[in-house]
Every structure is written in C-alpha cells, then in structure tokens.
Design a protein around this ligand. Sequence first.
Ligand code: ZN
Length: 342
Amino acid sequence: MMEQSLISDPGSIDEVVEAEEVKSKNKNSKNLSSCMIKYTNDIKLIYKDKICPPVIDPDLNLFTGDFGSCPDVNNFYLKKVICVAPHLNFSKFKNEIKCSACSTVLNTKGWSKNIRNVHDLDGVCYAMFYNYTCKTRSCKEFNKEVHAYSKDDNDNFKVILPLNLRDVYGISLTAKSGFTSALVQYIIDDALTSKSFYSTGEGIHSFRVQRFLHKKELYLIYVKAYAEILKRDLLLGIIDNVTVERKVREVKPFSSLHDENGYNESPRPSDNYIVALFMSFVTHNKGKMEQFIDEIPVFKTVSVDHTFNSQNRTYDIDSRSSVRRVRRLSERYKEMKKKEKK
Ligand SMILES: [Zn+2]
C-alpha cells in the first residue's frame, strides 16, 4: 500500500532533489560543514593549475596519518570531493575542451565558488567545478563563465568534452545539487526485484549508517592507540598526571550522524526522492529501452543432451539477462504511469 500513495506525484526531479536539501539542512546553514569549507579551499589552492585527480578521497589520508598521536576528529568527517576540472584531470586533452557554440578551445578561468552537494549511496559527497570562458568575440557565449556541466535552455551541455570524458565523473546535476550514477543504479537494480521503493530507502539508510559507524569505529581505534601511548609515557615517567589529564581532554567525541558541524549526513532520502530518480531514469532511457526490446529478441537456446537424441527443446536464457531486465523496468514504469493517470 505504501507504493500506492507514493507514486501519485513524485514531482520534477529538480524539485524533489532540492526539497531533500532543505529537509536535511537547516535553511540558514551552508551546505558545507566548517571542516569541509577548509578542506575544499585547500584543494582549490593545491590544484590551482596542477594535475588534479577527478576524485579526492580523504579517507586515504587517514591511513597515512600519524597513528599514535592525538587524532583530529574533523579529519574523520571529511567527505569525498569530485573535482570537475577536465583540463587538470585529463591534461592530455586540455586543448580539446571546446565551446559548444563556436567550437573554439575554451580559456581557463578558475575554480567556481559554488560547491554542490552530490547525493551518493552511502552519504553525500561534494563536487567542485572549474570554470572556463569563450574568448571568441563574435560568439554568443563570449566571456560567460561555464563549467563541464553547464547546460543551455535546450538541455545541451555548453562545453564539448572529447571521448565522453564527462561520464568519468559519474554524476548528474539538478538545479542546485546532484546525485551519483551509483545511487541511481542501486534504485534501478532494486526496482527490478519485487522490493518496494520504501525498502530501497531502507537499504540506502543502512549504507549511510554503516558508513557512519565505520568512520566512528576507525576514530575510536586512533583514540585507543593515543591513550596507550599516554599510558606508556606516564608509566615511564615521561609525562605527569596533569599532562595526561590535559591531553585526554583534547580528544573530541565523535559527532552524531546529522550534526551540521560534525559528520553532517542525512540518514536517508525520502520515498518521493527515490521514485523521482527512478521515473527520471526510465523517462530518459525510454526510447533506448524500447528500441532495445524491439531489436533484440529474447534468445532461444537449444539444449544439447548427449544421453538421448538431440531434442529441439528451447527455453529462455537466464532471467537475469539484460533484455529481461530492461523489459521488466519498462513494464514497471508503464504500470506506474497508468496508476498515476487514474
Ligand atoms: Zn564560443
């Protein structure tokens, strides 16, 4: 019954995703926690004009950190950052990043101030964009700042990238935020089973809680190691009780999951959000899916049985085959559309 009420009107993908932002964050607060503001500013400085990886994962630094010293809890709150700067990410193609209006190579401008929340399966990550400008005077895009995901009124990208480089980032943007293809894939895969969208939400919730617990656990391991060192130093008389007490006080507790200045995570997207992402995916891929179904029949295979004479017994290939999957997706979409009209 849950689904009946959900599918009535998910609303446009932009509206639904933005609603999620307002719900999960205090209206007056910035979408970035203080430690993330500092972190992204550092990234902008480091990769001002140097080769930059498309994804920066702060978790990797945790393992090269100073095990045994006082851990900084803020380092455990940092999230993945997707750095969309094609000329710095793929320097081989830096002269192939062109203006879609006049096809000339774009000039670099600098990192955009605007940082997006990008919703991923196990939590939010952030996307930073490098801006470019077209320096062709006669071009209608002259001097306007654009980035790899800027679109015109007809929903076409304003920047031409070679070899579909854009796909490497694995994100889609809405008006103010975005989501990853991993999140969409999870929703679509779940939609192929008999699971409800509500259960899909529970699945995403579980990914996010697990990740939070994992980070918290990791932090505690660092704290324990630090405590062991303090204990040793006290026993050896290197430090006194007062120092130990002061140092222990410096260790900060791990924040709650939704603390805006701490871990800063929304536990799960709304059911509406999940339905909207599903509808948007299927709507965008409807043409392709129908073509796929029409052109590729479900293959028949002939069983080869050596005990008896070869029989012309035929059967469909495994139900997990892609044709079946696409067909099922399409059916579910049609069912939902029908219910929506009622
Ligand atoms: Zn141009």
